[in-house]
Design a protein around this ligand. Structure first.
Ligand code: FAD
Length: 413
């Protein structure tokens, strides 16, 4: 049965949900507080990552947190904060940074990534635009023997899970592209892919408009109103709206909106930066592991992204962080000119971080018409289409294509 569906948020989650809901024959309206063309889903590194089967919340992240805590330009920064929600999130994060959480999350992350990459591939064939979808895999590089050892362990686990991972020497990496790299070696995750997010977002938005999806930009949804078992309406500053089903895909802000119906969805924004350069000598996407910087060739340009700054909804563009990303990139690609004047389009975005590193995808208990699709942290670009597909199946009361019970938003964390 055709339903009227309201989606809050026009990032990759919102637009993916809109696309698959439309395919299921539903009528869709998307609300966003911002204008189109901005935000996390436009500025990210565009990786589609079966390789990222390890949840962000793992024992290693705690070690990194302690190591970088006092370094103001380090790749991970946590601003101490006495806010109750932040403290609760932080305690849950620490309690979940263990091997059990990693193991319990692996299969779901892997299955979701594989299906999502397949869906991007389908979209690449079906939609008539080039968003730079490229299946050349991802290089996970290393410079030190310590990182080599941890990458070797990760590659072993990846192979056990069925991923194709090849070890490469520096010379072998250098044969793959024009720009030589200052590294010891790399693990090549051949199942990964990448694309150009802003190009994809702009085109799919145009496609959705043509197909009848309605967009209300500049509309912040500030309040949900609930009866005993349903969301009866939702409000912006000037209007009250109703829909058969409501999908909250508003990224890092979703927890705030759910608080208006007294629901606790623990989320913190993890700020990251990216910039671009006109360069075509880099042909392989690569993670500069020691510096935690991501490099992506994007339709003739190169995007450089990095840092995880947990400091609330702070829109400030911190120059020292961008500078440390730039310097790291320069040291890995000595023949490329990464001087400040070459770096264009410096932007930031908020990754929605859950305390166990797993997304929230599913219906909220006690609200039969409310679905949440957020909390994808570092893999939100990768998992956009699969999340949209699963949400559309939930709205249509169908069995989901994939088991996402591990992403239940009602889970105890
Ligand atoms: C530097 C960087 C690099 C990254 N690289 C990768 C990568 O290579 N691969 C990968 O998989 N992931 C990557 N990510 C993560 C990925 O970008 C995010 O997980 C993903 O974009 C989140 O999408 P979203 O739709 O949930 O949220 P968003 O893109 O943040 O969209 C949420 C939208 O909701 C709107 N909104 C919020 N509140 C309201 C409200 N109350 N009313 C109306 N509208 C509202 C916002 O304006 C926004 O447009 C990266 C992130 C960063 C910062």
């Amino acid at each position: 049965m055709k339903k009227q569906v309201a989606i809050v948020g026009a990032g990759i989650m919102g637009l993916s949900c809109a696309y698959y809901l439309l395919e299921e024959g539903h009528q869709v309206v998307v609300y966003d507080q911002a204008k189109t063309g901005r935000g996390t889903s436009y500025v990210n590194s565009g990786y589609m990552t079966p390789s990222h089967f390890t949840t962000l919340v793992n024992p290693g992240v705690l070690r990194s947190a302690f190591r970088y805590l006092l370094d103001p330009s380090g790749p991970l920064f946590i601003k101490p904060n006495l806010d109750y929600q932040f403290l609760k999130w932080g305690i849950r994060f620490v309690l979940n940074a263990n091997k059990k959480n990693v193991k319990n999350s692996e299969n779901t992350l892997l299955n979701m990534s594989f299906l999502s990459k397949e869906l991007y591939g389908e979209l690449n064939k079906k939609l008539n635009f080039d968003f730079g979808f490229t299946e050349t895999g991802l290089l996970q590089t290393y410079r030190t023997s310590k990182v080599e050892q941890s990458e070797k362990k990760l590659a072993k686990r990846a192979r056990e899970l069925g991923l194709e991972v090849v070890h490469l020497s520096k010379q072998e990496v250098d044969q793959m592209q024009k720009a030589p790299m200052n590294i010891q070696g790399a693990y090549w995750y051949k199942d990964d892919a990448h694309c150009t997010p802003d190009v994809f977002m702009n085109h799919i938005y145009q496609y959705l408009i043509k197909k009848g999806v309605q967009f209300e930009f500049g509309t912040e949804i500030i309040k949900l109103k609930k009866s005993q078992s349903n969301i009866v309406s939702f409000q912006s500053k000037n209007n009250t709206y109703q829909a058969d089903q409501i999908v909250l895909a508003n990224g890092s802000w979703t927890g705030k909106l759910l608080k208006t119906i007294a629901r606790d969805l623990s989320l913190q924004p993890g700020k990251g930066y990216s910039f671009q350069m006109d360069n075509t000598d880099i042909e392989m996407p690569a993670i500069l592991t020691e510096s935690k910087v991501a490099i992506t060739p994007m339709l003739g340009k190169t995007r450089i992204g990095g840092t995880m700054e947990i400091s609330g909804f702070n829109m400030q563009l911190k120059k020292n962080r961008v500078e440390s990303i730039r310097r790291a990139a320069q040291s890995y690609y000595p023949t490329i000119d990464f001087s400040v004047k070459k770096c264009q389009n410096i932007q930031m975005g908020f990754r929605p971080l859950t305390p166990d590193g797993m997304p929230y995808v599913g219906r909220m208990d006690g609200c039969s018409n409310l679905i949440v699709a957020t909390g994808h942290a570092m893999v939100g670009w990768s998992l956009g289409p699969v999340t949209g597909k699963v949400v559309s199946e939930m709205v249509s009361n169908k069995k989901t294509s994939i088991d996402v019970s591990r992403c239940d938003p009602n889970r105890k964390i």
